[in-house]
Design a protein around this ligand. Sequence first.
Ligand code: ZZB
Length: 258
Amino acid sequence: QEYTALKLKVLEWAPAAADALRGKLPEGASVYLCPATLRPETMYGQTCCFVGPSLTYGVFRARENEYFVVTERAARNMAYQGIFDKDGVPEKAADLQGSDLIGTVVHAPLSFHPRVRVLPMDTVLATKGTGVVTSVPSDSPDDYAMVTELAKKADFYGIQKEWAELDIIPIIQTPTSDLLAPYLVKKLKIASPKDAKQLLEAKELAYKEGFYQGVMKVGDFKGEKVEVAKPKVREQLIQNGEAFAYSEPENRVVSRSG
Ligand code: ZZB
C-alpha cells in the first residue's frame, strides 16, 4: 500500500507531552506528527489529527533537528525506505503515550485550518500506516462520526468542545453532495464511531464516488477531476517538503490449510 505521509509540525505541545519530552530533544528541533493518507487531495479539509490514546508512539530522529512522531512499527519501515538520513535502525529520542498528545497544536499543510488539535480516536489501528491519522470530516465518514462524537462528549474525552468544532468546508463535488461524508453518515443512519459495519460501507462508497466522480472545488486544481488532481496534489506536497511517500509492506497471511 503506497501512502502519502504528511508532516504536521508541532506548534505547541500538550502539557503531558511537554513533560515527557523534557531534556530529550535538541534545542530548536522541529517535530512532526506524520499521518499516512490515501487521500492527499482532501488535505484542504483537515480539521484535526487523530491518535490512539492507548497506543505508544516514538519520537524518531529523521535527520538533524527533524523528528517524526509515529509508531515504532512505522519507524522501522521508514528506516528501510530512505526516509531517515540513517538507514536500517531508527533512532528513538523518546516515547509518548497517545493520551499525552491530546490537545497538542499542529500545522496542517494545505488546510483551510492551518492550526489544528490532536484529538483521540479509539479505532486507530497500531498495525496500519503510522498510527497517526489526519481528519477530514467532509470526505471521511469515520472522521465525521468521530468529530461529531467528540463535540457531543467533549468532557468525557477530556478535550475542549471547540477543538472538535472547526468548520467543515466542502472540498470535493460529487453527483450527490459536496459534503459526502456527512451525507453518507446521515443516509446510513450512523449514530457513533462504534457503528463499524455501516462505517465500513460508508467508507467504501465515499472512496468510489469521490475518486471516480469527484471534482475539486478548491485549491490549485479546482475544477479538475479527483482522479487527475490526486497525484498532482501529492506531488506538490512532496515538492514543498510537506509530505513524503511511505509504503506499507503487505500483511502476509500465513496459510495453515492442508
Ligand atoms: C485522510 C483521509 C481523507 C482518509 C478522506 C480517508 C478519506 P483504508 O482506507 O482503511 O485502507 N488511516 C490511516 N491509518 C490508519 C490507522 N492506523 N487506523 C485507522 N485509520 C487509519 O486506510 C486509509 C485511510 O484510513 C487513510 O486515509 C486514513 O484516513 C485512515 F477523505 O486520510 B485517510 C473514504 C475515506 N476518505
